[in-house]
Design a protein around this ligand. Sequence first.
Ligand SMILES: Cc1ncc(COP(=O)(O)O)c(C=O)c1O
Length: 289
Amino acid sequence: MQQPRRKSQGQGGASRRVVKNALEIGGIVPGETTVIEKTGGNFGFGLALACAEIGVSVELVVGLSFSPVKRQCLEFFGAKLIGIDMLKKGAAPREVILRYLVNAESMGKRYFYTDQFNNIGSLEAHLEETGPELSRQLAVGFPHVKRLSFVACAGTGASLTGIARSLRASGFQIDVVLVEPEGCDSSTGKFCDHPFEGMSVGVSPPFLDWTHINQTQWVRFSDVVKTQRRISVERGFFVGNTSAACLHVAMQMRNHLAADHKVLTIVYDHGLWYLNTIFADPTLTLRAD
Ligand SMILES: Cc1ncc(COP(=O)(O)O)c(C=O)c1O
């Protein structure tokens, strides 16, 4: 018997929703439109897959500092990486997007810019899909749980806000801990370079509802890597850098909780993408200690 196709959730669900919304309003017309976006993260993977399904081309501007394996994999999934020459000359990804949009006609293209930092579709997807999916899993796995400490990070803030709002609407008492790299503070617009691709990305997260945030915890990469290795060894999950950052904080909070209280966090992706950041950092001790 043929199995029903499983629709991906989380970030994949977010891009899928954005594509679906654009199809409905005629912004994307298969056979005519090319989707364009600046991303090297999960949103880009979701776009590549959602668009491949409906035969729509995708062109992505991926910052040069993004994981090389991710870049290759995006191409493997059918996305075309554009603007590399401009990026090499120092242009910002948004400048590349602008150049392509302005010159679309002369290139014979009809672009649809999904604009993830201003597209409400991601927030809708996390509110209506990821959040309810988590509530269902919690109801089955931990029916006695009423209180949640939700540990998450923010790029656009769509996943954190959508999930937090949905869980609260489902009746959970929830407090939210925002995780940020040491040296960054999204609340004041202070950002720095760091190896946690996907969080604290240099702009204030547009969908982050600060009324949900009860506290911020700052993490150091060298500490996070120890947790990353520990989870791999003890649990068999080699999680990505932002996931490990959230798990690092979540694991410090999980002791001494009441019976109806759990810590919840998100595993955004896996660690193989980021071996370059882990092995390239001379300050890290890569032996187990
Ligand atoms: C690896 C990773 N972590 C965290 C995030 C943050 O997600 P959001 O944009 O929903 O805040 C992203 C976003 O794509 C990501 O790719």
